[in-house]
Design a protein around this ligand. Structure first.
Ligand code: HEM
Length: 490
């Protein structure tokens, strides 16, 4: 009866709690299949959900701990779905046309990130591009895009090449079959690359470590409040500013501010992204970018630019380990293109197999598996009436595994990306699409292809015996507990 409630006490309460805990703790069923003789690999993914329909609260709680396991087979098709959760309208948009409507045609109505995402990140990033909208976003977007633009990527190629080669050297010093965690190795690699690109040589080893660790601990906090999950609509949810968090944010800000002030005073590494930001401000003083605004954009590029690429590379290693026939193809390609020389950024256009592996990896494991927006005004998407302030979700995880768009969608098949054929527009969106598309797309793709080529030229990875790989949707889509692997010299 609406409005009534009952209090459960004693044995009943204990039983209720035990059931609830058991239910919350239930393990996601993971599907994984391989047959080397028929060159077939279906990498790990959650089984289709087949619980009772009509239990939104249960699904909501399950989504908080595992967003990937709540989808039924029927969700993996081209459609628009609508739910109501605690009075809030939630719209899931899963077809190229309707996605185009949201991200391109009606971009201004759907450009706004969810309140929870904005709140959680603003302490660290201020009004940085990732969470800004309206005038601030319009003014800053061309600035940031220009700095990470594809024309500038070759200039950062040497940083990518040197950093990946240093890692290869370190791996060489470990024994044959050494155990490492691929996710941590890749996170270290991409953090180093973005740190050197954004800040040049100005940070020094100690400053670089402090910034990287500060971001990692901030993200752990953000993760713990489930940022990025589809319930991110609570405008009032306060971010818990523990003393530790305050200290690490202050430290990050202080270090970055110092670098910026040095650049403003004409001292600092000329080739860094911070220098490009500062020069742009000096050429266009009407932009009115003060130290805080410059810091916010530098911090945004730093944060947006490394975890995604680390997750991509980790998943690529897993896929290669499960499909040795693809691994053989990329080894042959690297040999044909580079011989014994270390692959460089100039080789990237010729590494079509490596590119196809990265693109297929981004299809199967999109590092940003949910794009969540808040509708500014009422609208209609694919016949569904959308209310003002509704939560609109595009879920690349679902879209990329929709059979009408990608036949045999759960299968690792990089050949889909070889040659001229491209996926239908708005069906493949690991970097989002429309005006808010990832400005670091070319940087990230080049970095992933080049690092993979440099490391695969010398090493193979195999998932540690007995380890069960399980995708987990946190801030980015990554393997639960990382990816324990063994390293093998080639
Ligand atoms: C494989 C690597 C990467 C992937 C998959 C990726 C994916 C994405 C996605 C999906 C978004 C849009 C998020 C949303 O709208 O909710 C985004 C935004 C962004 N990315 Fe990337 N990214 C990658 C690498 C990079 C790199 C290397 C940089 C910088 C060097 C970068 C900088 C940014 C920035 C600044 C934004 C915010 C853009 C805006 O809101 O206008 N990303 N990225």
């Amino acid at each position: 009866m609406p409005g009534s409630y009952s209090v459960v006490t004693g044995r009943k309460a204990r039983k209720f709690c035990t059931n609830m805990l058991a239910w919350l703790d239930q393990k996601t069923e993971i599907v994984e299949g391989a047959d080397q003789s028929s060159q077939y690999f279906e990498p790990a993914h959650a089984a289709y959900y087949n619980g009772k329909p009509g239990q939104p609260l249960k699904l909501m709680l399950q989504a908080r701990s595992d967003f990937l396991s709540i989808w039924r087979r029927a969700d993996y098709r081209e459609h628009v779905a609508e739910f109501k959760l605690l009075g809030r309208q939630l719209v899931i948009v899963n077809s190229p046309d309707t996605i185009r409507h949201v991200v391109a045609k009606r971009h201004e109505n759907f450009e706004r990130k969810t309140p929870q995402m904005r709140r959680a990140l603003e302490y660290l990033l201020g009004d940085g591009l990732f969470i800004s909208d309206k005038e601030t976003w319009k003014q800053r977007r061309p600035l940031v895009s220009d700095i990470v633009h594809k024309n500038r990527v070759p200039a950062f190629g040497a940083i990518m090449q040197n950093t990946a080669s240093e890692l290869a050297e370190r791996w060489q010093s470990l024994g044959e079959g050494a155990e490492v965690n691929a996710l941590f190795e890749m996170a270290g690699l991409t953090a180093e690359i973005i740190s050197r690109s954004v800040f040049g040589n100005d940070l020094g080893q100690e400053g670089a470590n402090a910034v990287t660790e500060g971001f990692a601990s901030y993200q752990a906090l953000v993760d713990s409040i489930n940022l990025g999950y589809f319930l991110g609509f609570d405008e009032g949810l306060p971010i818990v500013k523990t003393p530790n968090l305050r200290r690490s944010v202050k430290r990050i800000h202080r270090i970055i501010d110092q670098v910026i002030e040095d650049h403003l005073a004409g001292k600092g590494d000329n080739s860094s992204m911070v220098e490009l930001l500062v020069r742009r401000q000096q050429r266009n003083p009407e932009l009115k970018l003060d130290v805080v605004a410059l810091r916010n954009e530098a911090a945004t590029i730093f944060m947006a630019g490394h975890e995604t690429t680390a997750a991509t590379l980790t998943w690529a290693w897993y896929l290669l380990a499960g499909a040795p026939w693809v691994e053989a193809a990329i080894h042959a390609e690297i040999e044909a293109v580079c011989g014994n020389r270390v692959p460089s950024v100039d080789d990237v256009p010729a590494l079509s197999w490596c590119r196809a592996v990265i693109e297929e990896t981004l299809r199967l494991y999109p590092p940003v598996p949910i794009l969540a927006r808040q509708a500014a005004e009422a609208d209609e998407i694919g016949g569904v009436k959308v209310r003002k302030a509704a939560l609109v979700l595009i879920v690349p995880w679902l879209l990329h595994r929709t059979e009408t768009l990608f036949p045999e969608p759960h299968r690792f098949h990089p050949e889909r990306f070889l040659g001229e054929a491209r996926p239908t527009p708005y069906s493949y969106i690991p970097f989002a699409a429309g005006p808010r598309v990832c400005p670091g797309l070319q940087f990230g793709l080049t970095e992933a292809i080049l690092c993979l080529a440099i490391l695969a030229q010398r090493f193979r990875m195999r998932v540690k015996e007995g380890h069960k790989v399980q995708p987990q949707c946190r801030l980015t889509l990554r393997p639960r507990d990382g990816m324990p692997v063994t390293l093998h010299r080639r």
